[in-house]
Structure formats: C-alpha cells, structure tokens
Design a binder for this molecule. Sequence first.
Ligand SMILES: C[S@@+](CC[C@H](N)C(=O)[O-])C[C@H]1O[C@@H](n2cnc3c(N)ncnc32)[C@H](O)[C@@H]1O
Length: 309
Amino acid sequence: MNPDDVARLHDQYVIRTAGPIAKSEGKVMLREIERHRPRSFIEVGTSSGLSTGLIAHMLHDNGGEHLVSVDLNDRYYRDDSKATGFLAEQIYTGDRVRIDLRSPATSEQVPSWDETFEMGFVDGSHQHPWPLLDTLFLRTRMSGPMFLFHHDLILYKTQPTAPGVGPKYLFDQFPESHRTRYQARRGNLFSLDLTLGTDRLEDAAVEAFWMPWTTLRRMGDEQHDLLRGLLSEHYSPRVVEAFDKSRALYARPPQRPKPSPSASTSASPSASTSAATSAGRSPRSAVVRRARAVASRARGEVRRLVRRR
Ligand SMILES: C[S@@+](CC[C@H](N)C(=O)[O-])C[C@H]1O[C@@H](n2cnc3c(N)ncnc32)[C@H](O)[C@@H]1O
C-alpha cells in the first residue's frame, strides 16, 4: 500500500458522518506503520470500519497479522440497520491480516485478554477522561514499540459545546519527549510513545485526571467501581487517589435547579414567570432555559463564522 492507495480507498468508502479519519491522517498512519511494522494492532472506536479496513491494508504490507477493533456499540452508531465495522471487510479483502471486530466492548475489557498489541489507535469517546482511561487500559496489554495514536486533538475547538476535550487534556499532560503531533488536518492526530517508564506515565495520568471531567456523570457507581478496580490492579495508589478525588468533584449527577421561593410567594408574577410556573416549572428554570437558548444561538453563529472561513 502506498499513500495514493490510502487516498483512493478513502475516497471510495468514506462516510462523512461516521466521524472518520481524514485521508491525510491515514497517510500519517501508513508512515508510522511502515516504520514500526507491528504484528498486532488494537483500535478503540470502529464506527463504520473505514479506519479498520485501511489499517488492515497497511498491516498487510508491513508484517502485520492481527487487528482487533472494539466499539461500545454493536450496531453502527449512525445507522443501526448496519453492524459496526461493516466496511472493514469490504475495504480489506486480503487473507494475511485477521480482522477481529469486538463489540459491544470497550478498553476496560482489554486488561483481561491474553494477547498483546504492538501498536494502537484510540478514536472512541473523546470526552474526558475516556481517552486517558483507554490509554491506561490498553497499555497493560501493549508490547514492543507500544505506540498509540489518538484522534481528534482539535475536536474541542470545533464542537458546539466542549465535551470532546479528552484528547487535548491527555496530550497536554504527556512529556514532550514521548508525544508527537502531526501536521495532518491542522494537528488533529497525535501519538504517544508508551515505552516511557510507569512513573512518568503515572505523573501524566494524575495530572490529566485532575482536569475537569466532561463525562461519566451518568455512569453508575458500579461502573465507576469497575474502572477504579482496574486502575488499582494495574497502577499505583496515587493514580487511584486522583481518580477518586476527581470522581467526587466531577462525576456527580448534574444539579437540578431548586424551585425559587419567589415562585410561590410573589403576588404578581411577570408574564414570563407566570408562564413558567403554570407549566409546572420554576421561574429560575425559565431563566436557565432563556440563557441556554441565547448560548445555543451564539454557538450557531460561531459555527456559521467558522464555516465561512
Ligand atoms: C469517531 S467514531 C470512530 C471512527 C473510526 N475510527 C473511523 O475513522 O472510521 C467513534 C466510535 O466510537 C464508539 N465509542 C464511543 N464511546 C466508546 C467507548 N467508550 N469505547 C469504545 N467505543 C466507543 C462509537 O460507537 C463510534 O462508533
């Protein structure tokens, strides 16, 4: 496979709404796979299977044998009439690389598997701290070059709200000596060299856990305990402590606005508060809704400006 093949296959199979890698990012991945020649590769976030199929081709020509791709959903997340990864085996029809699609599955399962992976690509949930957790769990089963790509470093700049900031927090905490950001797609793809010592990895992990979480709010205690158990099994107490403290700070369910006492005591509510209370909502929630509507209009305007540039 050469860079032109990446471009040709990408043009042929890409579905823009599937959150796919860009052609230029595929070419970077090819270059690194040629350099490291991994026998085994793990991907988190299969989606349509575009990146999976392309990676399989890259491995085929570079000594690769096994490609595992995991996804939270067993149905393609944009169209549940299709199986997750449905494109992978259309794109790669060779027989040298075994493609193993595992879904529903997440990186939490990886530490219990008995295989190892020399290289990987994380493109699952971009909400913090998922990219960090994916990195920590995958590393337990990585060997050789221990080279891990991450996607969507600049997502936080292009999303209307900012939950997809996980790759950015992770990248920023990693030592410069063990991270590489590529120019493709305005610096959206980076890689981590996980051969750095466990101490240095844990320094980065502790710092990253402390950054405000943008997900896991809806996750139940049982799930949190599972993540914590895995961290305690594979990492030192300071990592678990950072997870626990940040979880206490950031993983609480969103607060519901308290009903304002003025809703029941005010003799003559204004038209808008009276509409809110008659709908069974507090005036405060009406204010919150108006603020959200203003913010939403502002985000729409920013998106339009970004598109025009
Ligand atoms: C952006 S898409 C992946 C695109 C794909 N890598 C490509 O380039 O063609 C993200 C995928 O991650 C999956 N996902 C979301 N959260 C996940 C998690 N915590 N673990 C594994 N997969 C996850 C979604 O179901 C979705 O299919």
